[in-house]
Design a protein around this ligand. Structure first.
Ligand SMILES: *Cc1c(COP(=O)(O)O)cnc(C)c1O
Length: 391
């Protein structure tokens, strides 16, 4: 292995860079998870978690990858054979569908241009046409991390309500939370799922499920098997500051610190920072003469940019060159996008110079890998960073 001086650039769209403050917070002795100090810790986390999800209702925390939160959402609120509506948004939407099918749910997957956001009017039309109210849940991925396309949760939530249909609205906010505005209650979301290793700046290992009142009502009569994920048990234990099983104590220390950091920066500033980074990155891509996978800049995710490589070139070969030469990790093309695109993560704990280093690494590697492009993307991005309103 070649020796690399300096720090590794972890510019994946998750896991993201873990701030030193969070690392230090986690480097503390594990405590008794049934004792008073632990109780203090979890009760303190409760309000901060509700704040970041925009809800007054319970936010459950599981020791799990975010995939577990998908299971939590489905298993707790639905019954065997229930019909759910999903859209072919990309790799993560497909994976959620696979979990739903694994539970024996009747999943109706609507075709979807992966380069575009889900159209709220189509959601409304499908629900209006569902006269027997057979659809029990609508699944939507907010930021489809495999494509870098952001759907409008607020508009889809409004479409569900306007259709006057009782389907539960379930949203995967795994890579959007703490990168862009999110309001579980105000947007009529019934279940939100999220994970620790993206905008929350934590290592992988925690999954979140925010549960609204309609979902809790559905939970009472839902009959899919549930045990580890059971909301009733979680909520009862959480109310006393505890968990039904051994929690990931040290990750909770980290969570406490990352939520404090988000509070200090302010969510609006966090969102504005991500929007600037996304705009600067898009400007670089355009200046290189390359194309972002998101077809409409207004639908581009603030946390990552998926970049298509020209026909005849392999995005993974480029990524390897970047890793080898510049010690930087970028996201690969997932599923059908393998080799066709790479993904620049610009979410979580980064600043202007981190982004400039990232884009410089890409521009140098485009040259080294012989990918046809126009130099000057970094300079174009700099113009956005110094021109746009700074923090
Ligand atoms: C990362 C991600 C997931 C999966 O998270 P895991 O922790 O790997 O289970 C799900 N959905 C989206 C949108 C993601 O970005």
């Amino acid at each position: 292995m070649t020796y690399h001086s300096g720090r590794h650039f972890l510019q994946l769209p998750g896991p993201t860079n873990v701030p030193d403050r969070v690392l230090r917070a986690m480097a503390r002795p594990t405590i008794d998870h049934r004792g008073p100090e632990f109780r203090e810790l979890t009760l303190g986390l409760r309000d901060a978690l509700r704040w970041v999800f925009g809800t007054r209702h319970p936010v459950l925390v599981y020791p799990s990858s975010a995939t577990g939160a998908w299971e939590s959402a489905l298993a707790n609120a639905l019954s065997p054979g229930d019909r759910v509506l999903a859209f072919a948004q990309g790799f993560f939407a497909d994976k959620w569908v696979r979990v739903a099918k694994g539970f024996g749910l009747d999943v109706r997957v609507e075709a979807q241009d992966p380069r575009r956001a889900v159209d709220p009017d189509r959601v409304a039309d499908i629900l209006r046409a569902d006269e027997g109210e057979t659809i029990k849940a609508v699944l939507l991925v907010h930021d489809e991390t495999s494509t870098g396309v952001l759907s409008d949760v607020e508009a889809v939530g409004r479409a569900v309500r306007d259709a006057d249909h009782p389907a539960l609205f379930m949203v995967d906010a795994v890579s959007s939370l703490a990168t862009v505005d999110y309001r579980h209650d105000a947007w009529g979301v019934d279940v939100t799922v999220a994970g620790s290793q993206k905008g929350l700046m934590l290592p992988p290992g925690l999954a979140f499920t925010a549960v609204g009142l309609h979902a809790l009502e559905a939970h009472v009569s839902a009959t899919l098997p549930r045990a580890y994920w059971d909301w009733t048990e979680q909520i009862a234990f959480n109310a006393r500051g505890f968990f039904p099983y051994t929690p990931a104590t040290n990750l909770l220390y980290g969570l406490q610190e990352s939520l404090a950091m988000l509070r200090e920066e302010g969510l609006d500033a966090v969102f504005a920072r991500h929007a600037r980074f996304a705009a600067a990155t898009r400007r670089a891509v355009t200046a290189w003469g390359l194309e972002t996978f998101a077809a409409d800049p207004a639908e581009a995710a603030p946390g990552l940019t998926a970049v298509m490589v020209p026909e005849g070139h392999d995005a993974d070969a480029l990524r390897w060159k970047i890793l080898e030469r510049f010690d930087m990790s970028l996201g690969t093309g997932l599923g059908p996008f393998k080799g066709k695109l790479f993904r620049i993560g610009h979410l979580g704990d980064l600043n202007d110079l981190t982004l400039m280093g990232t884009l410089a690494g890409v521009e140098m590697a485009l040259e080294l890998a012989g990918v046809p492009h126009t130099p000057g993307g970094v300079a174009a991005a700099m113009e956005v960073l110094v021109g746009a309103d700074g923090p």
